[in-house]
Design a binder for this molecule. Structure first.
Ligand code: PLP
Length: 411
């Protein structure tokens, strides 16, 4: 008799985005003439930069000729891409890493979800609340938690509430935790961490032999000079942190799929009897056993992101989205809403109108402004009373959406 992994049954039903789809569908079925604007899901809308497309075409052609055809590549990624990553994303910011500390993959969702399997089930896991749902759900699936309570807090996880009171920055745990998920610039709140904040986390991790899982998917959206782009800009981080980076939000690769994870060789965790084990070696073992590499054309396309042309085009894309963010921020602030994020991140985190729940606000926005956003409570219990708007729309829709909110919804 086949038995299921019952930990999966603890996952909350009605995952956020299916529930949004259901409610939007119900509304449009009842109001087919209404034009809805979606500022909900965190997906890009602008097409791939021309430099990326050119390289992709060339690489596809190479695959069609016997002399240049390629089969399996290195599971960890082609050297040409890793060299560009090291030079542009790290050496340019005075961070020295070795080639075998970089693992190219098909996404940061997969990597940030899979990384937990090289760690023991009895580690204490700390997650920001609200957070990207992948961090919590993958630990639930792995059996690191009990059931969720009425607010959706899983027993056994250490939650770090991020609210107005602490400027949406997770506070250092008041007890010993073993694995800490951090995401800056943050999805969903849009806040960033300055060097002092990150240094405090690195110090905590070193002191407690904990490991930080640092999600830098939105690094390219940082506009303020003093904000670190990599956790490795912080002294000591190479001894305690794994970093996830993705081409998805940087260069519009959400449907093309390329990312990478940095696992420094200085990183160790221990066996129950106290023997040190290289995390880099464990991840290499996991990656080469369960993953067969990103396709050659996609890695060539990712490499084009680092060409002069590619860099300019990517900068332009990001400028476009960040102008949307500025418009959303400015319009809603002047309308009297409390609005956060949107300066170093493509997300705006707003407070709902006077004490409304996130879903009540969702329904009101849908019914009266015909705008779809994301209820903050979908990212964790402390997201209740907040709402996420994304700057990934096109300009016209973004301007129209915030004008509707300003005209129809009172703060
Ligand atoms: C979009 C996103 C990612 C990137 O995921 P990919 O699988 O690389 O597309 C990672 N982390 C967060 C928090 C995100 O919002």
């Amino acid at each position: 008799m086949a038995l299921v992994n019952e930990h999966y049954l603890k996952l909350k039903a009605g995952y956020l985005f299916p529930e949004i789809t259901r409610r939007v569908q119900a509304f449009t079925d009842a109001n087919p003439e209404v034009e809805i604007i979606r500022l909900g899901i965190g997906d890009v809308t602008q097409s791939l930069p021309p430099a990326v497309i050119d390289s992709l075409h060339q690489a596809v052609s190479e695959m069609g000729k016997p002399e240049t055809f390629r089969g399996y590549g290195p599971e960890q990624g082609y050297q040409f891409l890793i060299d560009l990553i090291l030079a542009n994303d790290y050496e340019a910011r005075s961070v020295r890493l070795d080639s075998d500390e970089v693992f190219v993959s098909d996404g940061s969702k997969c990597d940030s979800g899979n990384i937990q399997e090289i760690f023991a089930v009895d580690n204490i896991i700390a997650v920001a609340d609200p957070a990207y749902p992948v961090y919590v759900d993958t630990n639930v699936m792995a059996g690191r938690t009990g059931e969720a309570d009425a607010q959706g807090r899983y027993h056994g996880l250490y939650y770090m509430p991020c609210t107005e009171a602490n400027d949406f920055l997770p506070e250092l745990p008041d007890r010993k935790v073993d694995i800490i998920y951090l995401c800056f610039p943050n999805n969903p709140t849009g806040v960033v961490a300055n060097p002092q904040v990150l240094q405090a986390w690195v110090d905590y991790a070193l002191e407690n032999q904990a490991i930080i899982l640092f999600d830098g998917a939105y690094e390219a959206y940082i506009t303020e000079e003093h904000i670190p782009h990599s956790i490795y800009e912080i002294p000591g981080a190479k001894e305690c942190a794994i970093e996830f980076r993705s081409f998805s939000k940087t260069a519009g690769f959400t449907g093309t799929r390329c990312a990478y994870t940095v696992v420094p060789k200085g990183l160790v965790a221990r066996t129950a009897s106290g023997e040190p084990v290289s995390i880099n070696q464990l991840w290499n073992r996991r990656h080469t056993t369960k993953f067969n590499g990103v396709s050659y054309p996609v890695q060539v396309a990712a490499a084009a992101v680092y060409s002069d042309e590619g860099k300019n085009q990517v900068r332009e894309l990001i400028r476009y989205y960040m102008e949307n963010a500025r418009i959303i921020r400015k319009t809603l602030t002047s309308a009297g809403f409390a609005v956060y994020g949107g300066v170093n991140a493509p997300y705006i985190w707003m407070k709902t109108s006077d004490g409304m729940s996130s879903w009540e606000f969702f329904d009101q926005l849908l019914a009266e402004a015909h705008v779809v956003g994301t209820p903050g409570s979908g990212f964790g219990p402390s997201g209740e009373g907040y709402f996420r708007l994304s700057a990934f729309g096109n300009r016209e829709n973004t301007e129209e959406a915030v004008a509707r909110i300003r005209n129809k919804i009172s703060p």
